[in-house]
Design a protein around this ligand. Structure first.
Ligand code: ADP
Ligand code: ASP
Ligand code: MG
Length: 423
């Protein structure tokens, strides 16, 4: 008997009335094939960006609780409209906010973590033969019972969490490209679609900028054994399935080139060369819930000298990071400077673990392109270089071609309604 399926539609896939009706049609098809269906929807097109702009127009530092009240409205609109469209197709549908759907989070506004999904209401609605629409990207905080949101791209995580709670047979992530590619197909049109990708590689890809799946959704899926199938909402072709390590076939050396053009670098000079300085600095940033990515510290060249620490944060976190560090000026470090126009390019591949020389090749490709490397970090299956933001696209193309990752040309849907990248 067909099982329960969770289908998630991203912003572009519900951007206008036509697309909402198309998503409704696909949901109904699954229902008519005998599945129980829960659909998680994102806000339409650029709605979330527009809501953020609205907040910034009235406040330089919008209150995080109110920000979440505002941002959560986008996905509610999509769900209510889609429920109407499904009803018109002769099926029963009910839309639920994240809170009504039982998505319980911690208290950290604008990047809340899901703690629990109390899915009784969804189950009850399914038993009454409804298609259930759940507003993505949001929940309710466990203690203060405030509306929270899950960070940009968070509807992916809503979908995976709902799929885990309901024991769904698959969580289908419908988006505006046909799956996970060897690079962002908007930058590399002949990037190759991956039929499968391991959790391990997908985690590194999502963490290094492949916004097609939010990092937390991949983590959640791995921890709860959810099968993710990322595919196009505009065609029937199969997309990319994220598999557990044991299920994947032998890995090629390099699987993908990923990038981010939303990095900021912070440099602290005059850091005392004594135990505890880094702990204070990064403790303050953790307290402020800032995601620090790459960290470089160099030892003072002469005895008694002072160290310098540089690190990167997502550009949208820079304001909060600076504010968290201000009180430590003159104590944990002497001066703070920051630069917003940074980007990052990474290569990811499980095969590189057993092959030396990959890093050297990355550096020589970037050198040949005249791209200066600002910072470097590695994991056993990833090499990342922080570079100038305006050289990112060139670096991605050069690396993709040097490691021979191409497939056939990708056909992209027109993207008038596309939201800005969500990683
Ligand atoms: P949605 O609104 O459906 O959640 P997103 O914009 O969050 O869509 O994610 C899809 C986008 O991710 C694609 O349009 C593509 O530009 C981008 N992307 C970045 N890296 C990759 C990759 N490696 N494979 C596929 N898409 C990628
Ligand atoms: N609407 C939210 C965003 O744009 C969440 C999502 O689309 O996943 O980030
Ligand atoms: Mg997304």
């Amino acid at each position: 008997m067909p099982g329960l399926i969770v289908m998630k539609f991203g912003g572009t896939s519900v951007a206008d009335a036509e697309r909402i009706k198309r998503a409704a049609g696909r949901i109904v098809e699954k229902r008519e094939a005998g599945h129980q269906v829960v659909a998680v929807l994102s806000a339409r097109g650029k709605t979330t960006d527009e809501l953020i702009t609205m907040a910034e127009e009235v406040s330089a530092a919008p209150d995080p609780r109110e920000m979440d009240m505002l941002l959560s409205t986008g996905e509610r609109i999509s769900c209510a409209l889609c429920a109407m469209a499904i009803n018109d197709l002769g099926h029963r549908a009910i839309s639920l906010t994240g809170s009504q759907a039982g998505i319980v989070t911690d208290e950290s506004h604008t990047k809340a973590l899901i703690l629990d999904v109390r899915a009784e209401r969804i189950r009850g609605a399914l038993e009454e033969d409804n298609i259930v629409l759940v507003a993505g990207f949001q929940g309710v905080s466990r203690d203060a019972r405030n509306v929270t949101t899950l960070g940009r791209g968070g509807s992916d995580t809503s979908a995976v969490a709902v799929a885990a709670a309901l024991g769904a047979e698959v969580c289908e992530i419908y988006t505006d490209v046909a799956g996970v590619y060897s690079a962002d197909p908007r930058i590399v049109p002949n990037a190759r679609k991956l039929e499968t990708v391991s959790f391990e590689e997908m985690l590194e890809m999502a963490a290094s900028g492949a916004g097609v799946l939010q990092l937390r959704s991949v983590e959640y899926a791995r921890n709860h054994g959810v099968r993710i199938h990322c595919r196009s909402s505009f065609s029937e072709e199969p997309g990319t399935v994220v598999l557990a390590e044991g299920e994947t076939m032998e890995q090629p050396l390099i699987t993908a080139v990923t990038h981010s053009d939303r990095e900021a670098r912070v440099t602290l000079t005059g850091v005392p060369d004594a135990p505890g300085a880094a702990a204070r600095i990064f403790g303050a940033l953790a307290q402020a819930n800032v995601n620090v990515d790459m960290i470089v510290q160099n030892e003072p060249a002469s005895g008694g000298g002072q160290a310098e620490i540089s690190f990167t944060v997502p550009r949208e976190d820079l304001r909060v990071a600076r504010a968290a560090l201000e009180p430590l000026v003159g104590e944990a470090f002497a001066e703070l400077s920051s630069y917003e126009e940074m980007g990052k390019v990474s290569i990811v591949g499980a095969g590189m673990r057993s092959h030396p020389g990959v890093a050297a090749k990355v550096f020589s490709v970037l050198a040949r392109e005249g791209v200066n490397i600002d910072m470097i970090s590695t994991s056993p299956i990833k090499i990342s270089c922080v570079i100038d933001r305006d050289r990112v696209e060139q670096a991605v193309r050069a690396l993709h071609s040097a490691f021979e990752l191409s497939g056939e040309d990708t056909i992209l849907v027109e993207d008038t309604f596309r939201a800005s990248p969500t990683s």
